[in-house]
Design a protein around this ligand. Structure first.
Ligand code: ATP
Ligand code: MG
Length: 299
């Protein structure tokens, strides 16, 4: 149990936790809305772990058909026994309804129309009519919690009004710099506090950069530190080595950021520039550039 709780350790988010717990306790359905990597799943897992009820997670994508969500009659058993209730295999929605549990739908805006309609009906009626099975009512405690990324263009407009009218919304913004530093220290080896703070600042800068339409979440910071650590070991150089850090930043961040259409630069060029801004110029440039800021560990 301790190990499970430790794995779920949530940094900060006391306010969001309190709001989510209150909303669920009141019987409301909730949408957690925020950019990728802002801790929506992490937060919900913590709240779910404290509730002592079942918790089912489904991924919103084209494969989430109503039958996958609700359940289906086992075809082989139907042949031998007919449409008996015990031949029905509950899907995650029915399981959550019967047990008064939580159904967590990731990427709600990507759920296919037909499945979404099923879900919307359950959210407002708290019951569902399943052909040949009958009506299933939700036990107390049942709630749908959905996660949505506000910048995800796929289907966001289609979903919004019907969903928002049946749910309460908790906005999840990016974590504070302090929280990100703490998350990083929890998740990846860092050479020093100074290196950690520079890495956090570098990744946060991708979210503000005028040439980047989308920046990286804390997931990029975690990978930057992890890859930098492995590269330093593989190359037999010191932890926090400048070149290993740059290579790690390029691998960890270049695919996570999106360059704005108006920019002519590549993601690699922008990441390399941000890296030099936060970790100083390349060591070989140093002799010809005496006025630069000291690099980490040199101050
Ligand atoms: N407040 C937090 N405390 C601890 N870890 C966190 C926190 N926020 C984010 N993380 C870490 O950052 C990563 C992303 O978090 P999480 O998966 O919860 O984000 P998300 O909002 O669900 O993202 P997505 O929208 O992509 O599903 C995970 O590795 C998680 O451990
Ligand atoms: Mg998530």
């Amino acid at each position: 149990m301790t190990a499970v709780l430790a794995a779920l350790a949530v940094v900060d988010r006391a306010r969001e936790t309190e709001l989510l717990e209150a909303a669920l306790a009141s019987g409301a359905h909730v949408v957690l809305e925020g950019p990728p990597g802002t801790g929506k799943t992490t937060l919900l897992r913590r709240v779910a772990a404290g509730r002592d009820r079942s918790f089912a997670l489904v991924e919103g994508n084209a494969e989430l058909t109503p039958a996958r969500l609700v359940g289906h009659f086992d075809p082989a058993l139907v042949l031998s026994r007919g449409y008996q209730p015990d031949v029905f295999v509950d899907g995650p929605l029915l399981t959550a309804m019967r047990e008064g549990g939580l159904l967590y739908v990731e990427e709600l805006n990507r759920v296919p129309e037909e499945t979404l309609n099923t879900l919307l009906t359950v959210m407002s009626e708290r019951e569902i009519v399943v052909p040949r099975l009958g009506t299933v009512r939700a036990a107390p405690g049942f709630a749908v919690v959905a996660a949505m990324n506000p910048y995800d263009a796929v289907g966001t407009a289609r979903v919004s009004s019907a969903v928002y009218d049946r749910t309460c919304r908790i906005a999840m913004g990016y974590q504070s710099a302090e929280a990100e530093a703490q998350i990083l220290a929890q998740r990846a080896p860092v050479p020093s506090d100074d290196w950690r703070d520079r890495a956090v600042a570098l990744v946060r800068a991708t979210r503000e950069h005028p040439e980047l339409r989308v920046g990286s979440s804390v997931r990029g910071t975690i990978d930057l530190a992890g890859i930098g650590h492995q590269l330093a070991r593989a190359r037999g150089v010191a932890e926090g080595d400048w070149q290993a850090g740059l290579d790690a930043a390029l691998v960890a961040l270049s695919g996570r950021v999106r360059v704005d259409e108006s920019s002519t630069r590549t993601p690699e060029e922008i990441i390399a520039e941000l890296y030099a801004e936060h970790f100083g110029p390349a060591p070989s440039d140093e002799a010809g550039d005496p006025g630069e800021e000291p690099r980490p560990g040199e101050a």
